[in-house]
Design a protein around this ligand. Structure first.
Ligand SMILES: [Zn+2]
Length: 286
């Protein structure tokens, strides 16, 4: 196992290099020294069987680890039975696509708090996750559902909630989005100690193996009182910083998958993170 870095989706850099099909992404990333790719189904799962088969082949040939981002409109916190059912259906489709393309991880946003209390919204997410554990997880063995920490205060998915959800079943694991946590906490995550505290909380709640192989989203972020406003880039003056996190993860001997969601420069920024990681590695091994 080793740490892996890569982009969320297809960046402008990919298209500017003359590519058009997502099937060309794994080879493109491998040439840049990257080894992870999060395929985006945020606006719906619309992939054909043949595409999935070819993607699996391209990823395997280029040693790129695939994950799949499930649709954004999934809301496991909804009190509307129709939305609950359609959310489960979107997760089923995501799992089927992930299975066909050999992606071992499906990233899911839990949902948002609407009219009633946060407590009730969280309870509804828990009960749907329990239902899913009896059905969907059994139908698609070997794939983990990565529940993401969310950036807006009115979204379900602060660190404690995500850890609680993941305690329901071993195949629920977190996606720790540090930009989102930073936006939610008002920009208070910057030092090694800050990052270590978050990672220790994950390890205490979910065990050393989950921590070691953690699925991470990382990008600088702009925030306001309600939390996340928009994703930014390493070229701009926004936190959180990656270097202290990289140092702590190296010290903890972690082998995470780090997906970059910078706005437009997700490939360049993933390369920057890979370079920081390589520097630490070289420095410590020298
Ligand atoms: Zn996400």
């Amino acid at each position: 196992m080793r740490a892996r870095f890569g982009p969320a989706g297809n960046s402008p850099m990919f298209y500017e290099a003359g590519h058009s099909s997502s099937l060309e992404v794994p080879a493109f990333l491998a040439k840049l020294g990257l080894s992870a790719y999060e395929y985006q189904c945020g606006r719906g799962v619309r992939v054909k069987e043949e595409f999935c088969r070819k993607m699996k082949q391209a990823a395997t040939e280029n040693d790129v680890t695939l994950s799949l981002h499930a649709p954004y409109y999934i809301n496991l916190a909804s009190s509307d039975p129709a939305i609950m059912e359609s959310s489960l259906e979107h997760i089923r489709k995501s799992l089927a696509a992930a299975s066909a393309m050999g992606a071992a991880r499906v990233v899911v946003h839990p949902g948002s708090v609407k009219r009633d209390s946060r407590q009730e919204a969280v309870a509804r997410v828990e009960s749907l996750l329990e239902r899913m554990a009896q059905t969907l997880l059994e139908d698609y063995p070997g794939i983990e559902i990565c529940l993401e920490t969310m950036g807006k205060i009115n979204q379900v998915g602060n660190l404690e909630e995500i850890i609680r959800f993941c305690q329901i079943h071993a195949r629920y694991v977190p996606t720790i989005d540090f930009g989102h946590l930073y936006a939610r906490n008002g920009g208070t995550i910057s030092t090694r100690d800050d990052f270590r505290e978050i990672l220790n909380t994950v390890g205490e709640g979910l065990g050393a193996e989950t921590l070691s192989n953690l699925h991470i989203h990382f990008s600088p972020i702009e925030y306001s009182q309600g939390g996340e406003v928009r994703h930014r880039t390493f070229q701009e003056d926004y936190g959180p910083p990656f270097e202290p996190l990289a140092q702590v993860m190296w010290d903890m001997k972690m082998t995470p998958v780090v997906i970059c969601e910078s706005s437009g420069t997700q490939t360049e920024d993933a390369m920057a993170m890979q370079a920081m990681w390589n520097n630490i590695q070289e420095g410590r091994e020298a």
